[in-house]
Design a protein around this ligand. Structure first.
Ligand code: MG
Length: 452
């Protein structure tokens, strides 16, 4: 587990992160909209035939769609840790082989020694706000206010974590460190989150701000407000996604109304793929294989849109690889913050790619389930060393990794390892070299995490 720093050491560390900087007027606002369990195929602009997403379709027409953008992990807690820190979650200890994510009876959370996007931007005088699901530790010392956020309104973990036989309390809705409603009325959650987001933008429109808007949905159980319930052609799941789409529209409209759209980067993505075990109640990964909890493409490739009118070319599409791991270095670079130099980061600055000046700097992505490295993608090749689909109980180890070419075979249907020995060797070597960088923490983590 990473070392805990005293408040003074922590302040000194953060002081070193302050870049010569941009003038306040040049600092862009940043909004990250992060859905929970939304699949690659669940939006109109990513090919869904019956869910109507006019606001996201417009966002894509005015912005840039990323077709190969990955979350940091195929389940909630590690995925969020990766986004917040720009590091594979194994480096912060926010992963577990046994339970996968934090539960209401789990101890622990994101260590104070980790540096988050919010902390970097706080040092640049940004107003920072977290709205929605946190899931990086629900005890006070791990909540958003301890990780660089001025404000937080949302739920501390997943909306289904109220199992009576486990002794879970009803799901709390929190503002800062206080519970303001328990059980949270989930019917109106998307609506209320959206009102909070619009109000935060309104209060901070004159100065740079960072809004991390992590929706509770479409994680199951599904809830939609009366304006949306029963309205879509795709049942309750479609109703929920259509309300999320409305919410995105409200946020973008507010930026336009206040005439700050041309100085605001908005990123839309999801924490992991669709929850297929829930069948009709879950989403769709489109043509990608499998979903949440797996390291097949459907588990980790997310429908992603970057939007910044006047800076990002309208209606563009990026086929290079990107990841939520890249958001911290990208945002740091755009906002005049320096990234921490005393630790291994796993993200790349994507800004030149967003502005059409360079191909994506990311050529490799590692796919973890818990502390185990399951797969690696390099260029268009992806090798799987371990697999487990949602229908399978057993984890499969592949002595000779499975190998797929993702341009030719985005659904990972045809294993070509036998004919591609050189590529198998290259990807295996990349995985081995990467594993060496995390090995010092793995053994220690396995002991600590299994206790949770
Ligand atoms: Mg999730």
């Amino acid at each position: 587990m990473a070392m805990r720093l005293s408040p003074i050491a922590r302040a000194a560390l953060l002081a070193n992160l302050v870049a010569p900087g941009l003038l306040a007027a040049d600092k862009p606002n940043v909004v990250v909209i992060f859905c929970d369990d939304l699949g690659y195929g669940d939006l109109g602009c990513f090919g869904h035939p019956t869910i109507a997403t006019p606001s996201l379709d417009r966002m894509a027409r005015e912005g840039q769609k990323w077709m190969s953008f990955y979350s940091a992990a195929p389940v909630c807690t590690p995925s969020r840790a990766g986004l917040m820190t720009g590091r594979y979650p194994i480096r912060s200890g926010m992963c577990s082989n046994k339970r996968g994510v934090l539960f209401p009876d789990s101890g622990g959370g994101l260590p104070a020694s980790e540096v988050t996007i919010a902390e970097l931007l706080k040092e640049q005088d940004y107003a920072t706000c977290c709205i929605g699901k946190w899931h990086l530790g629900h005890q006070k010392q791990f909540l958003p206010m301890r990780h660089g956020f001025d404000e937080w309104f949302g739920i501390p973990y997943s909306n289904d974590m109220h199992v009576k036989r486990r002794g879970d309390p009803a799901v709390p809705l929190m503002r800062g460190d206080e519970v303001v409603e328990q059980p949270a009325n989930q019917n109106t959650l998307t609506k209320r989150y959206t009102e909070e987001a619009v109000a935060f933008i309104d209060r901070n429109k004159e100065k740079p701000f960072f809004l991390y808007f992590a929706h509770t949905f479409p994680h199951i159980p599904l809830f939609a407000s009366t304006d949306f319930r029963g309205k879509s052609r795709r049942g309750l799941y479609g109703d929920v996604v259509e309300e999320l789409d409305w919410s995105v529209g409200r946020v973008l409209d507010k930026l336009r109304q206040e005439k700050i759209d041309k100085k605001t980067l908005v990123v839309f993505t999801s924490d992991n793929g669709p929850w297929l075990v829930m069948r009709l109640r879950g989403g769709s990964a489109g043509l990608l294989r499998d979903g949440k909890g797996t390291t097949w493409e459907g588990g980790m490739r997310e429908p992603t849109i970057f939007w910044w009118p006047g800076r990002i070319e309208a209606g563009s599409t990026e086929s290079g690889m990107g990841s939520t791991l890249d958001l911290l270095p990208t945002i740091a670079s755009l906002c005049g913050a320096l990234t921490p130099k005393d630790r291994q980061l796993d993200g790349h600055d994507l800004s030149a790619t967003l502005f059409g000046d360079a191909p994506s700097p990311r050529d490799t992505m590692f796919f973890y389930r818990g502390t185990r490295l399951h797969a690696v993608r390099h260029g268009q090749w992806k090798a799987h060393f371990w697999t487990r689909g949602w229908r399978q109980r057993k984890l499969n180890q592949h002595e000779t990794p499975l190998l797929f070419h993702l341009d030719l075979d985005p659904s990972e249907s045809w294993n070509v390892a036998a004919k591609q020995k050189k590529n198998v060797a290259t990807l295996t070597a990349l995985a081995e070299a990467h594993s060496k960088t995390v090995q010092p923490v793995v053994n220690q983590l396995e002991v600590q995490l299994e206790k949770r």
